[in-house]
Design a protein around this ligand. Structure first.
Ligand code: PTJ
Length: 264
């Protein structure tokens, strides 16, 4: 569908179109479309921009990836559809390997996602078909199948748009988990080491850019940035922001004021 450029929600509609297009290509799962809707709802509440606390989390995430020995970017259908270029860029900057790891797994989807990543410039994509030969027993879902050269040996894993079980298991295995999740209340958000409460479409390019800027910093300084980050406090800030915005809206109490605050 062609979206009129002057439509007040043009950006949001074009993201939806991109997801639908990739759904038809076999990249995005049915449930990926539903998950996106939940993300959009939280984005409304957060003001549809990268907040100060999200930026702090992005900096800690960049530091964690740059100080890891085996960083891995775990890619699912939505992430590949929306930010394949930025995934490849972040991988180049941090040396993180790229691994496809799906909740709704099929070899066809893995291959379709691999294609999208390769078209975006990825030279190597882990976790496809039989290459996901290792198992993480603590994970109940198909996400338990991982690549022995990727998530299995990783010390830091970036998991955009995740379901909570894997995050919990990876953290229990001693890995740092960096999540991108617009829902600060989700199990993933609550259990990850660093949670970036922001839309993946904004967060990934910012993360790649910030990582590029920090790349030449001293490793000790980067370790401090990562270890000083307090995920619980940061999530509290995101929840507080939602609370403040809702209080303001309730006080103003009109549809017009709602329009003033964000172009809903
Ligand atoms: O591609 P697959 O098979 O691995 O499946 C991927 C989905 C996303 C379907 C799967 O991981 C899933 O079911 O996830 P959940 O449990 O619905 O969680 C997705 C989380 O991502 C929710 O908390 C949403 O709020 C959040 N989310 C959705 N869209 C975005 C988002 N967070 C950041 N940016 C978004 N664009």
């Amino acid at each position: 569908m062609k979206i009129p450029k002057d439509h007040p929600r043009a950006e949001s509609l074009s993201v939806r179109e991109k997801l639908l297009e990739h759904y038809k290509m076999g990249v995005v799962a049915h449930a990926g479309l539903i998950a996106h809707g939940r993300g959009e709802a939280f984005d409304y509440l957060l003001g549809e921009k990268t907040t100060k606390s999200a930026l702090e989390a992005i900096k800690a995430a960049a530091a964690a990836l740059l100080t890891a020995k085996h960083p891995v970017i775990s890619v699912n259908g939505n992430a590949a559809a929306l930010v394949a270029d930025d995934i490849v860029k972040l991988s180049g900057v941090t040396g993180a390997r790229i691994e496809v790891n799906l909740f709704h797994r099929s070899v066809e989807r893995e291959k379709a996602i691999e294609r999208v990543l390769k078209d975006a410039g990825a030279t190597k994509v882990l976790g496809i078909g039989e290459n996901a030969s290792a198992r993480i027993q603590e994970i109940g879902s198909e996400r338990r199948r991982v690549d022995p050269n990727g998530i299995l040996i990783a010390d830091a894993v970036l998991v955009p748009l995740e379901d909570g079980d894997r995050t919990e298991a990876l953290v229990r295995m001693g890995k740092k988990v960096i999540a991108i999740d617009l829902n600060p209340l989700s199990r993933t958000a609550q259990l990850a080491t660093v949670t970036i409460v922001d839309d993946i479409v904004r967060a990934m390019p910012t993360l790649a850019k910030i990582a590029e800027g920090l790349k030449t910093e001293d490793q000790e300084k980067l370790k401090d940035i990562a270890s000083e980050f307090d995920n619980k406090r940061n999530l509290g800030d995101a929840i507080d922001l939602i609370k403040q915005r809702l209080t303001e809206l309730a006080e103003k109490g009109t549809y017009i004021s709602l329009l003033e605050m964000s172009r809903i």
